[in-house]
Design a protein around this ligand. Sequence first.
Ligand SMILES: Cc1cc2nc3c(=O)[nH]c(=O)nc-3n(C[C@H](O)[C@H](O)[C@H](O)COP(=O)(O)O)c2cc1C
Length: 366
Amino acid sequence: MVGNIVGDRFVAVSFGESHGKCIGIVVDGCPAGLPLTESDIQLQLDLRKPGQSIITTQRKEEDKVEIISGVFNGFTTGAPICMVIWNKDLDSRSYELIRTIPRPGHSDYPAMIKYGGFADYRGRGRYSGRLTATLVMAGAIAQKLLDYCLGIQTTAYTIEIGGIRAKNLTLEEIKKNRYTNEVRCPDMQSAEYMRSAIMEARKDGDSLGGVVECISTGLPIGLGEPIFGSIESDLSKALFSIPAVKAIEFGSGFDGSKRRGSENNDLYIKVGDKIVTKTNNSGGILGGLSNSMPIVIRIAFKPAASIAKTQKTIDVSNGSETKLNVPGRHDPCVVPRAPPIVESVVSMVLVDHAIRAGFIPLVLKR
Ligand SMILES: Cc1cc2nc3c(=O)[nH]c(=O)nc-3n(C[C@H](O)[C@H](O)[C@H](O)COP(=O)(O)O)c2cc1C
């Protein structure tokens, strides 16, 4: 049952449950000599935390990170970095009410069967969106390491919610505007429509899904270890560990599958003394290797399963049919909280590959 570990050289082990004492992550393999403080990590965590607006869950958690080990005198030491967040705003009553009544669309039923009823169901234990805070803690270190050593930057934002699509914007506009509104969409007009759609769904006791786009720039050629460790394989595997992720596309993705080769091929051109491509339909990856163009990924999130609307289900304690409107505090749409999580996961994979390929040394120069 070793499903809680990710990475080959930048390795992270996530632990804790939504309503347990704490959640946390141990990062092993971070080079020595990276300047690191709790506020580097807190900055990213604050972008993910719940209760920040009317369109997210009203669970209020401070999500204050504590670095337990691996940092000394403001620098990473090369030892495992253990980080924890103590859980505070716990209210497990609603989960007692539905302990034997699985929510349609959630992990309740398969988890109940697989772990023989022993799994911690409070707040949905390991399946809670709350566990993504552990990914953000490790991802914050990965993001800092990539920028510090190689100038690689990763930017994720909401591109679609409830079928409402943002217009195309430049990376500068995306970076400038994505956190200026609750839905984290840099196209202000679409952001307003998305917000109204979420409010409408919430009023109906329902939820909405959407898509996050993620762009990484500054990559060297050659990150990726084909064939099973191709950069696409490892990014996909890691991204699918974010709850509610149901589809991923790179570059022109599904749209590209409808084109001819002559339309989809990215032509090589010279810019100064650098060879680049005129378009980026490959999304920065060819043959499972980064090709120095921006890595572009779109990640589809399903509508959150926990909805107030009445749905049919089964009480597994006696096999009888029953009806459920899910009690408790839930996200009517998980997408607005997803960009920092996506950035974190992508950065963890990129830094792992940068270390594997020898682009980042094990001890950083002062
Ligand atoms: C940040 C975040 C918050 C989430 N909040 C909720 C929530 O409030 N209610 C809910 O039903 N699902 C929520 N989810 C999704 C569930 O955790 C997820 O759908 C469930 O574990 C089943 O897994 P699957 O959808 O990947 O199959 C959230 C996901 C994320 C990433």
